[in-house]
Every structure is written in structure tokens, then in C-alpha cells.
Write a protein that binds this ligand. Structure first.
Ligand code: NCD
Length: 313
């Protein structure tokens, strides 16, 4: 049987194309499962998973928890606001305390880039990165590319533009890695102050004019401005940002072709996307959320299969 080349999901950077295709095929199966009247499979009855969220999250946390429960895993949840990290405990101590309760897998979101890699070197559990600062958000990129494949048949050869705050976005970096691995052509578009220097080295092109980018693309992934990661302002006013980089219905309807619109959520309606675009048939935002559960089930299932195989040997 095929298995993942990695023991943890720390970032898309560590995956190869075969891994992503295996995750997609497994997610296809789970998508069928979660649309059945009984949405659960007993696969992970022997696995315990801890969800450690050191940063706010709604949809990612709920999506992981649902994925774990639909696989019949035992789940414990922990969020920083209630934690002893606030009392001065180190990350490793916090996690080791949890692991001594015999936890097999940790899903962690943390504000510090690299925290999941660090943890994987120091604790004895499978780690899934649910977002590490402005670095990577691998399951988001997997569900995004899975949703493109579902809508357009395949990712290969498609033109995808990622619009907005590329500089502070973990979704952007993970999406770039995943899209490139799967053979898409990628552009990033936004104000120059929000595009990292040397980003072309990742094999993407930079476009500062939104209309040109939209006329080129098959898919536009609209990102939220990550105000929480900005110590200073990177553009004059929100109104000017939306005038230049917001997607509204007039602009969408004036394009040469019908493009697919994506957004990882949470949406700031009227800033990066207007309500009529977000709620239109061209937007697949809710499909992304639905696919998130199936894709996360696939990742957890495939990592757990490796634990079970090791224990059997
Ligand atoms: C993204 C995140 O947290 O990085 N959202 C998410 O995972 N649903 C994007 C964002 O916060 O803008």
C-alpha cells in the first residue's frame, strides 16, 4: 500500500507530488463518507489526538476536530488562553505533559514560524502544522488545491493568482508550494509593500495590476489583509486597498472569461471581496470549507497508518 514520504505534516515544502496525490485520493474516499447518512468510520479508534491552538482559530480548529471525530479518534483540545504557557511553561514542557497522557498525534497552531518543526525534533508524536505564524498552513493549501481539482478537473496547467497580503500570509506560501508541485502557473498580486522581495525565486510572477492578473487567471485566491501581523500600516487606507485590490462584481463581470474565486476565510466583506462576489456561483468558498474536513481526515488517516505499521513491526 502507498504511504506518505513524511512522518509529520510540517509544511508543503517537505511533501512531493506523490504525497499530494495520495492525500487527494484518500480525501475523495472520505468526502464520499461524510456525505453518507452515517458520516463516521471506525478507522482511528486506537489513536488519541491533541489539538493545541496557541493562536485564535475558528474554522481550522473545528475542521480538524470534526475530521478527527469522523475517524473515531479520541480528541483533546487545548487553547492558549486557558493554558499554563501563560504561567511561564515552555512549549516542550506543555506538550510533553500532554503526551504523557499517551497522545499519538498533535495538531498545532502557533504564532511562531518554525514552531512545528522544532516540536517534531523534541517530542515523540506525529505533528500536523495547523498554521505557524506567517510561515506555512499546509492543510489549507491541500484543501485549496483539492478544491481547484474538484472544480476544474485538474490543477496542472491552470493559471492561479493569489491576491492580497502575500507578505504576512502562511496560506500564500503553502499554496505556492502546492500549486507549483502540481504543475499550475502561479502569479501573486498586491501592493508592492505586501509582496516579499525575491518571491520570484519560488517560480511565481509578480503582478501589481489586479485587472491584468484576473484576465490572465483561471482561479483567483483572495487573501485577507493580516492586520494582526502588521506593526505599521502597509497601505494608506483600507478604502484605497479595496479600490485597487478588492474584487467586486463589476470587475468580475467585466473580465474576458469566467474565473473561479477562492478565499481561505475569514472573509472581510467589502475589503478584499464584496458580498455579491463571495456569494456568487463563481466562488467556491464553502466548498473549500467542506473539502477541508475530507482533506484533514486524509492527512490524519495517512499519518496514523504509519504509526500503526510501525507498532506492528
Ligand atoms: C487563514 C489563516 O489562519 O492563516 N485562515 C484559516 O486558516 N481559515 C487565513 C486568514 O486568517 O486570513
Amino acid at each position: 500500500m502507498s504511504e506518505l514520504s513524511v512522518d509529520h505534516l510540517l509544511g508543503i515544502k517537505y511533501l512531493n507530488k506523490k504525497d499530494i496525490n495520495l492525500i487527494f485520493e484518500t480525501a475523495d474516499h472520505f468526502k464520499e463518507v461524510i456525505n453518507r447518512p452515517i458520516k463516521k468510520v471506525p478507522s482511528l479508534r486506537d489513536i488519541t489526538i491533541a489539538n493545541l491552538f496557541f493562536e485564535n482559530s475558528t474554522r481550522t480548529k473545528l475542521s480538524f476536530e470534526l475530521a478527527e471525530k469522523r475517524l473515531s479518534a479520541d480528541v483533546i483540545n487545548f487553547s492558549a488562553s486557558q493554558s499554563s504557557v501563560k504561567k511561564g511553561e515552555t512549549l516542550i514542557d506543555t506538550v510533553n505533559n500532554i503526551l504523557s497522557m499517551k497522545v499519538d498525534m498533535v495538531v498545532m497552531r502557533h504564532p511562531k514560524p518554525g514552531s512545528c518543526v522544532f516540536l517534531s525534533d523534541h517530542v515523540d508524536a506525529r505533528i500536523i502544522n495547523a498554521g505557524d505564524g506567517a510561515h506555512e498552513h499546509p492543510t489549507q493549501a491541500l484543501l485549496d488545491t483539492y478544491s481547484i481539482r474538484e472544480r476544474l478537473g485538474e490543477v496542472k496547467g491552470k493559471n492561479v493568482v493569489i491576491v492580497g497580503d502575500i507578505l504576512h500570509s502562511r496560506v500564500a506560501l503553502s499554496n505556492i508550494y502546492a500549486l507549483k508541485l502540481l504543475g499550475a502557473k502561479v502569479k501573486v498580486c498586491g501592493p508592492k509593500s505586501l509582496i516579499p522581495k525575491h518571491i520570484e525565486k519560488l517560480g511565481v510572477k509578480v503582478e501589481t495590476d489586479l485587472r491584468s492578473a484576473l484576465n490572465w487567471c483561471d482561479v483567483a485566491n483572495m487573501l485577507r489583509v493580516q492586520h494582526e501581523r502588521m506593526a505599521v500600516s502597509f497601505f494608506p487606507t483600507t478604502r484605497e486597498y479595496s479600490q485597487q485590490y478588492g474584487l467586486n462584481k463589476d470587475l468580475l463581470d467585466s473580465l474576458d472569461k469566467e474565473i473561479t474565486v477562492m478565499h481561505p476565510g475569514p472573509i472581510n466583506r467589502g475589503v478584499e471581496i464584496t458580498s455579491d462576489v463571495a456569494d456568487s456561483d463563481q466562488a467556491i468558498i464553502l466548498d473549500q470549507v467542506e473539502n477541508g474536513v475530507a482533506v484533514r481526515m486524509a492527512v490524519i488517516y495517512l499519518l496514523a497508518a504509519k504509526i500503526n505499521r510501525e507498532n506492528a513491526n
